[in-house]
Write a protein that binds this ligand. Structure first.
Ligand SMILES: [Zn+2]
Length: 505
């Protein structure tokens, strides 16, 4: 699928003739910047900069990008410009960010590269364009087709495809699932040999987890744990050294008064209506004092938390989830079909979903958000991931919604942005090169129409809200309106075909 698309998304190298040299503020005409083109020298001028480390916004500044790296950030306020010897950077092509904010590209810690939903094809380009249009320049893939995603990681690194940079954390438990310590170690070595950046675990026995984490640490692989309601909970993450807890269940589960949630007798974990209904009553059963002990131990053991707040929101407000305005033009029919309540589609569990369920889930969110804030106060590291492609969340939009929910939890927008950028980089072990607007770091930057500190909604790439104007990944600028026009076209074409093509087995 992507083979044929690749030619169209190849990064164009700027012909030298296109690159004019002219002085800042001079009369020379600006060459138009072409989306998806790598320029030898690109200057983003007059920007108000949000660095991504919770320091306040500051500007205006000129940001110089060469070979995909930010090489220089120059303050151009009157005080700075009046200093003797001041020289404004020139040369190359320019993006004028006057009146705009520039912040680091977003890091989505919980993505899944998807080319189908429920057996219906969905072109990879759809997801990649949405990610970039929503400002995501880095994705930690936590489970997908491994060979396919390794190829995408390479193509993205080469600039051969318009895509975020990819870190690959494959499923540990792919069939045949390792059954004991020896098999666990063998699987970790196998995934390392294939080129994995880390490993994703879920539903795992304690002895298998202990061995796999030990082997992973020896090989320098990080571990993301989808901590479900299982034999293991956060105490195991703390003991074995998990890098990040994905979602949340294992945290309150480790603080239950009686060690087990008060499930009704007929509860069946594999019935998703049961599972998600009673997940909505899990946080209320956690003992707060015990919970604080769990959080403190997570902090001490450097276990980070990627709560994915967006992906459960339908449970507290189904109607909101089902009527998101961007579905009209941008929801691919494969996703639309997948979101319909159906026991065969993971996360599509809304059968007889009641106001009582929503009330429990609203309370669940309140306690969850308080726990998140406590975790932060105690020194815990919090990132953001979206897990889109499930439960009414579209790629990219899910992460932006997650940022709003972090604000709702009580975090200052500066801190929300830090969580979605440099904290994510730290969880990936990339904090010395990604996640900040800083000289020496990779040029993953967003040029935003509006002030996200005033309103995170300006990040949504839909008309009226402002939107990101440019997503710059590894120094390559992508024009967001162009990306969204492409998404619209993909969706319109798929809808026109009407009969969805099934993926051959
Ligand atoms: Zn997931």
């Amino acid at each position: 699928m992507t083979h044929c698309r690749r030619n169209r998304t190849l990064v164009r190298l700027a012909p030298l003739a296109l690159v004019f040299s002219f002085s800042a503020g001079g009369q020379a005409p600006q060459p138009a910047i072409a989306s998806g083109t790598r320029y030898p020298r690109l200057i983003v001028r007059n920007a108000t900069v949000i660095e991504g480390n919770s320091t306040p916004a500051s500007g205006p500044k000129d940001i110089v990008i060469e070979n995909g790296q930010v090489t220089e950030i120059v303050a151009i306020d009157p005080g700075a410009m009046n200093r003797p010897g001041f020289k404004r950077p020139g040369g190359g092509v320019e993006i004028d960010a006057a009146g705009k904010y520039v912040m680091p590209g977003l890091i989505n810690l919980h993505g899944h590269v998807q080319e189908e939903r429920g057996g219906i094809r969905q072109p990879l380009d759809y997801e990649l364009k949405l990610w970039l249009a929503c400002g995501i320049t880095t994705v930690r893939d936590v489970g997908s087709d491994l060979e396919r995603t390794l190829k995408l990681r390479r193509e993205s690194a080469e600039g051969a495809v318009a895509a975020p940079r990819i870190f690959v954390y494959p499923f540990f438990n792919s069939a045949p699932a390792p059954r004991n310590a020896a098999e666990a170690r063998a699987r970790v070595r196998e995934l390392k040999a294939k080129g994995a950046d880390g490993i994703k675990i879920l539903d795992i026995y304690r002895d298998v987890m202990e061995a796999m984490e030990d082997e992973a640490h020896q090989l320098g692989l990080r571990v993301a744990h989808h901590a479900g309601v299982a034999e293991t909970n956060s105490w195991d993450d703390i003991k074995f050294g998990t890098t990040s807890i994905e979602h949340w269940y294992g945290i309150p589960d480790a603080a239950l008064e009686n060690g087990v949630q008060s499930f009704p007798p007929g509860y069946n974990y594999n019935n998703e209506v049961d599972r998600f209904r009673y997940a909505g009553r899990l946080w209320r059963e956690a003992n707060w004092e015990r919970l604080m002990k769990v959080l403190d131990a997570m902090v001490a053991a450097h276990v980070a938390w990627d709560p994915t707040l967006d992906i459960y929101e339908a449970s507290r407000d189904l109607q909101r989830a089902q009527t998101q305005p961007w579905f009209a033009d941008y929801l691919h029919p494969a996703l639309e079909e997948f979101f319909r309540p159906n026991p065969a589609s993971h996360g599509s569990y809304f059968v007889n979903w009641t106001s009582t369920d929503e009330a429990f889930w609203k309370e669940n969110y309140r306690i969850w958000m308080s726990a998140l804030r406590e975790f932060d106060r105690r020194g815990g590291l919090i990132g953001l991931g979206e897990d889109a492609g499930f439960i009414y969340q579209m790629y990219g939009f899910g992460l932006l919604r997650g940022m709003e929910l972090h604000q709702e939890a009580g975090f200052h927008p500066l801190k929300v942005i830090q969580q979605a950028t440099s904290n994510g980089a730290k969880i990936l072990g990339q904090e010395d090169r990604l996640g900040r607007v800083r000289a020496g770091f990779r040029a993953d930057l967003l040029v935003v129409n509006g002030n996200p500190l005033e309103n995170l909604k300006v990040l949504y790439p839909v008309s009226g809200a402002g939107g990101i104007e440019w997503t710059i990944k590894d120094g390559i600028p992508y024009h967001v309106p162009e990306l969204m026009a492409g998404v619209k076209e993909i969706v319109a074409r798929a809808r026109a075909e009407r009969v969805p093509s099934k993926v051959s087995p």
